[in-house]
Ligand binder design. Structure first.
Ligand code: SF4
Ligand code: SF4
Length: 508
């Protein structure tokens, strides 16, 4: 007999997409969304309701608000976030970073990677299910538009399987038109993070032919986002995303993930509503026939599991897997199956949580989810990493000073019995305010500092070089090589940094 998931295809609109059910049997061995001949199986996930869906929706709207709002926010006239690669301007949370801060970026990236790995070992794919832009946009923007226009899963499947008609053309045009508009909005927002809102507004309001490059970038981004959300969809999570590919090596038996409690759920099967637990109707009875031979015909079986094999958890899955087959790399931890199953459990008057957040070990040993010493230790390390990163960012000097003796020169005899050395200094003003730069000699009595040219005033974000002499009376030179210390003074005359250098004198 033909398996139930391979029953229909004939009148599909698009021959490259197969309107079959996902191949969820033995799904740990193969991609469920690809036929044996390698054709894609298009997914029609059923919409879910339930507490996790509500929590995720609330978070999604907050994240979307932040994503679309942050490029327009300013602090003291400067953007809160900017990643301008061309002009090498990088602003995180209102703090501007410069190429000279590369070490911070390197430490930040390393900490971030360790954090991601530790977090995944501990909490699985919580990021993917709750906060990844791919999931947030797919499930809470594009899927919502699709359901609004084409209806829920059955209606969408019917529409795609039916021959082209006026209704199909209307719905598809409306859906893809909206998809394109949203993709265009995302592309514009994306661009605003790179070039800043002023530049973006300038492009939008100016003659388009004068901004050919930027407009091309905008259209390319739009096309990429449109392709991702209209066609690629779950393929991004199950095949393309490198983080998704890493799950196999990061997960262990203690990792918390969305899991089916097979101890409680098996043996699965249809059951009579309101019968005692342990009674069920065999699946071979025709669908919707609860009492084919009268109520007495219900067959008493040894204790049956709580899973009534309604397949709702499979129908809602956006990656087309059956979580009852065990932990799978394609599971993005979206919790849709948890909500769907909880709804069923409530209906059949069984405890919710047949599919829940749990570790493989917890399921196997029948233990509830608990905060363990491992969880606490890992969490402490993760918090420590974040703390180190925050400390580095918060204690970053507002002015970076690099002081060098002028190359190729030793010392010069100056009038008045003085010995002088020439220095070059480079300042990076890492603030958003102009800054007057001053240096003060600290440890050499009788020494003088003389700028060549005017003293320096740095514009925000400016890198400036200056030259100055240090002159020391010959009689005050106690050694041929002295170590000089210089305070870098802030606007209020207080030292904000200290630098040191060598002073060369004649052999004594
Ligand atoms: S939703 Fe729950 S009861 Fe229904 S098939 Fe899935 S695990 Fe079983
Ligand atoms: S198995 Fe459940 S949590 Fe995992 S992707 Fe499918 S619906 Fe989401």
């Amino acid at each position: 007999m033909k398996p139930p998931n391979q029953t229909r295809t004939s009148t599909t609109q698009n021959s490259s997409i197969q309107h079959l059910r996902p191949r969820t049997e033995n799904s740990r061995d193969h991609l469920t969304t690809v036929t044996e001949t390698g054709k894609r199986i298009w997914l029609y996930p059923k919409a879910t309701t339930g507490r996790f869906t509500r929590y995720r929706a609330a978070l999604a709207w907050v994240l979307l608000g932040l994503l679309f709002g942050l490029p327009w926010l300013e602090v003291q006239g400067h953007p809160v976030f900017l990643f301008n690669l061309l002009e090498r301007r990088f602003i995180f949370f209102g703090v501007e970073f410069f190429p000279q801060d590369f070490h911070l970026v390197a430490i930040g990236l390393l900490s971030f990677m360790v954090f991601i790995m530790g977090f995944t070992v501990l909490y699985g794919r919580v990021w993917c299910g709750w906060a990844c832009p791919q999931t947030v946009f797919m499930e809470f923007v594009f899927r919502k538009i699709e359901v609004f226009i084409e209806g829920d899963h059955h209606a969408r499947r019917r529409l795609d399987a039916a021959p082209w008609s006026g209704e199909t053309i209307l719905k598809k045009t409306a859906k893809h038109g909206l998809f394109f508009l949203v993709s265009f909005a995302i592309a514009n927002t994306f661009l605003a993070y790179f070039i800043g809102k002023e530049a973006l507004l300038g492009i939008m309001t100016d003659n388009p032919f004068r901004h050919f490059g930027a407009l091309s970038a905008m259209l390319i981004f739009t096309a990429v986002f449109y392709a991702v959300f209209a066609y690629l969809r779950e393929i991004v999570c199950t095949v393309i995303c490198p983080y998704g590919r890493l799950q196999g090596v990061l997960f262990d038996k203690k990792t918390i993930q969305v899991a089916y409690d097979s101890l409680r759920g098996e043996p699965r099967g249809r059951r009579l509503r309101n019968t005692d637990h342990g009674m069920r109707i065999e699946n071979t009875f025709p669908k919707n026939t609860l009492y084919p031979h009268g109520p007495q015909s219900a067959i008493a079986l040894p204790k049956s599991g709580d899973c009534v094999d309604c397949t709702l958890c499979v129908q809602v899955c956006p990656t087309g897997i059956d979580i009852r087959n065990g932990s799978q790399m394609e599971c993005i931890g979206c919790t849709a199956c948890m909500d769907a199953c909880d709804e069923v459990m409530v209906k059949i008057q069984r405890p919710t949580g047949l599919i829940r957040y749990a570790s493989t070990e917890g399921i196997e040993q029948g233990k509830p989810l608990r905060v363990t010493s491992r969880t606490l230790a890992y969490s402490a390390v993760l918090l420590g990493l974040l703390g180190v990163l925050a400390y580095l960012l918060l204690t970053r000097a507002p002015l970076e000073t690099t002081l060098l003796r002028a190359p190729g020169l030793t010392y010069q005899q100056a009038p008045g019995g003085m010995v002088s050395n020439l220095y070059t200094v480079e300042f990076v003003n890492k603030t958003t305010q102009p800054r007057l730069v001053r240096l003060r000699l600290v440890n050499q009595p009788g020494a003088r500092l003389e700028w060549v040219g005017a003293s320096l005033t740095l514009a925000p974000g400016e890198v400036t070089k200056g030259t100055f002499f240090v002159k020391i009376p010959y009689n005050a030179l106690t050694e041929r090589v002295l170590t000089l210390k210089l305070d870098v003074l802030g606007a209020d005359g207080q030292p904000i940094d200290q630098v040191s250098t060598k002073f060369l004198g004649p052999v004594r």
